[in-house]
Design a binder for this molecule. Structure first.
Ligand code: SAM
Ligand code: DTB
Ligand code: SF4
Length: 324
């Protein structure tokens, strides 16, 4: 099967609406054709600048305007960040992603300090990722030159549903940043969230946006909404595992070479439910006790799960080696 960037919404909808067992079988088949199914990419997140964000993303515990109890913290010190990255590496993580509750990157001292952190994590031999909000082409280039491997910037939902979730920036803004990241030679990490109150068409629309980018994102995080008290979406219904599996399987079939990440929401999933997600083509997770501000399974718990399922962590920089 060739890699396609010309998927239509109708084709994606047909895949998404395939009877579940058939869908899982198809996704598992595509997974085997394109990837080593025994391997799962293991990533760790760290919130290097927490809370106090100016934006109104309706799902986010870090938006200053919602009363979520998240303490505002200034940018962490490089030494603390590197110590945590080293801990993650020793626990089996190969990718380290630093997140900041910023609308966009500004050309100031804090950006210089993040650049320094990127250099430090790169020197540890980990794939370095950042998620810092909107980026200009020049800022993306600076991050690339410092050794940034990947940049996370989620489209979150469909273009049509976006305004119901975020009003302080546009879908177009998100796509522009993804363009700047790609042009700088950084691997794009972009996905979204289910459970925001979207329709099935919005999920299909989001997958359409991602799979018709000039290149498929290197990784596609699929998050189940973490319902945080104080956010406008706190009372949304819990996402059913079947919806998560359907999203993962469809993403796997239309973006066969991408890392499809079973992201936020794992603390509410049993081991059997997570096994179904891996069966359906997920091959990446976030590990470590915290995502950015909310709980997540810890390193030991995840390594025990891998042992049980016969999975192993994917080595760092494998994508580059495969391309050589
Ligand atoms: N501020 C930057 C931005 O918005 O791009 C970077 C950090 S932001 C927290 C990164 C991503 O985390 C968001 O785009 C969203 O997809 C995800 N996220 C935030 N809160 C979440 C929640 N409650 N449940 C699931 N995913 C969430
Ligand atoms: C992504 O897609 N999910 C991660 C990461 N990229 C940055 C973030 C999930 C955040 C969940 C809410 C929190 O912990 O604050
Ligand atoms: Fe700010 Fe990012 Fe949270 Fe939106 S998702 S409120 S931009 S930290």
């Amino acid at each position: 099967m060739t890699i396609r960037n010309d998927w239509t919404k109708e084709e994606i909808s047909e895949i998404y609406n395939t009877p579940l067992m058939e869908l899982i079988y198809k996704a598992a088949t595509v997974h085997r054709e394109h990837q080593d199914t025994a391997e799962v990419q293991v990533c760790t997140l760290l919130s290097i600048k927490t809370g106090g964000c100016s934006e109104d993303c309706a799902y986010c515990p870090q938006a200053a305007r919602y009363n979520t109890g998240v303490d505002v913290q200034a940018l962490m010190k490089k030494e603390e960040v590197l110590a945590y990255a080293e801990r993650a590496k020793n626990a089996g993580s190969t990718r380290f992603c630093m997140g900041a509750a910023w609308r966009e990157v500004r050309d100031n001292r804090d950006f210089d300090r993040v650049i320094d952190m990127v250099k430090g994590v790169n020197e540890l031999g980990m794939e370095v990722c950042c998620t810092l909000g909107m980026l200009t082409e020049d800022q993306a280039k600076k991050l690339h030159d410092a050794g940034l491997y990947s940049y996370n910037h989620n489209v979150d939902t469909s273009a049509e549903h976006y305004h119901d979730i975020i009003t302080t920036r546009t879908y177009e803004d998100r796509l522009n940043t993804l363009d700047n990241v790609r042009k700088a030679g950084i691997s794009v990490c972009s996905g979204g969230i289910i459970g925001l109150g979207e329709k099935h068409e919005d999920r299909i629309g989001m997958l359409h946006t991602l799979s018709t980018l000039p290149e498929h994102p290197g990784s596609v995080p699929i998050n189940a909404l973490v319902r945080v008290k104080g956010t406008p979406l706190q009372d949304n219904p819990k996402i059913e595992i079947w919806d998560m599996v359907r999203m993962i399987a469809t993403a796997r079939i239309i973006m066969p070479r991408s890392m499809v990440r079973l992201s936020a929401g794992r603390t509410e999933m049993s081991l059997s439910e997570q096994a179904l997600c891996f069966m359906a083509g997920a091959n990446s997770i976030f590990t470590g006790e915290k995502l950015l501000t909310t709980p997540n399974p810890g390193f030991d718990e995840d390594m025990a799960m891998f042992q049980l399922f016969g999975l192993k962590p994917r080595e760092a920089f494998k994508e580059e080696k495969e391309l050589v």
